[in-house]
Design a protein around this ligand. Sequence first.
Ligand SMILES: [Zn+2]
Length: 446
Amino acid sequence: MQDLEFRQFIERVKLRSPIEVTIGERVSSLRQRGALYWACCPFHQERTPSFAVDPRRATWRCYGACGEGGDVLSFVERFDGLSFLDALRLLARQCGEELPERSLSGQAKGAEAALELRFELLRWAADLYRKAWRGPEGTAGRAYLQRRGLGEATIEAFGIGWASEGGHALVDAAQREQKPLELLAEAGLVRRNDAGRTYDFFRGRVLIPIRDRLGRVVGFGGRLLASDGEAVQGPKYVNTPETPLFHKGSLIFGLDLAASAIRSTHQLLVVEGYTDVMAAHQAGWKNAVAVLGTSTTDEHAALIRRTGARSVVLVFDGDEAGRKASHRALAGLLKLPIELRVAVLPEGRDPGDLLVEPAGSATFRASVEGASEWFDWCLAGLADKRGSELANAVEERFQLLAQLARPLERSSRLAELARFLALPEVDVRAQWDAFERARRPAARPA
Ligand SMILES: [Zn+2]
């Protein structure tokens, strides 16, 4: 019976996920010709389309080198690099169906079942924090987010919670409800002291659930509240430590909520912090996300590529730290075949505070719409520099040029740089060569 139910669920999700739409969101060159849709195959290199989608039969097939085909689920599995269950979960989420996780445990075996157990536990913890947020002890947290201009609907959408100050609310609840403490410890939510006593990792913090692109909680960001006139004890933000499910290098905050807006606008906004993402979504920029960690990794880039975004706009704080953050984010994204832009906010402003004031929204929009092409942004930062300061700043840009895969693209940027500086191109290229040699000492001829 459970099997039948599960099969019916799969059919329902497939029926509600038109294959030409799902594939069209991922393969932008898909065009209708007669009864079929055609594109160059996304799974092999080709110049003439041999990849066909048949909406009536809900199938796809590559008539070229791959010679393979399947249904909408097998396509998402392959294109998005997901397991069958995760592909099902993703499509189900998009058409508003909830995967029957309980009946799933019968389907899931071995590693998959172990993983399900961990996700289930994190969901349980997030619910517990959520309840505390709504209760009397959540008062300070609620007041804080209200001051930041974030409304109830936004807080609900992001599932904000509260970790109580006592340091044992989670442990107590786990013992009461017989949840495995060792798995909570593995998830980074419970610690054990030298005497062997367990305690909560997060205490007295606003908790922001960090979810993967399928909307599953994998960790939390905890924001400490500063009491009036009291020095803050400990760092302002603490994340879940790295765990089997929580790798900062492969997580993008807000991606689960932003996915459909990115697919319809083909644009993705990268902002810096959790509250920036929340403020952006609240103000209607539902395509905003934040990359976790201090740099943008290849995994982040791969996730962004899979969103179907054709353009990425980096919107960081209008100060030196924001400029540095833009630079680091760019470095990881330059390999992507997408348009990259940088929006510069007014000095000292960040998306989080701009977007919650009526006039600020217009300023934000103007910054995004007037965002510079990434290299123009790099050049603009050189305008007021001279001498050794200029040489240093140019080398900082070289770090970005070094990310470009194609030599011609780099060469054209070097020529642009020389023109912008009104300096001889041979000098720019000589400095580039020196930079390259220093960067790759091993490649130097003996
Ligand atoms: Zn193919």
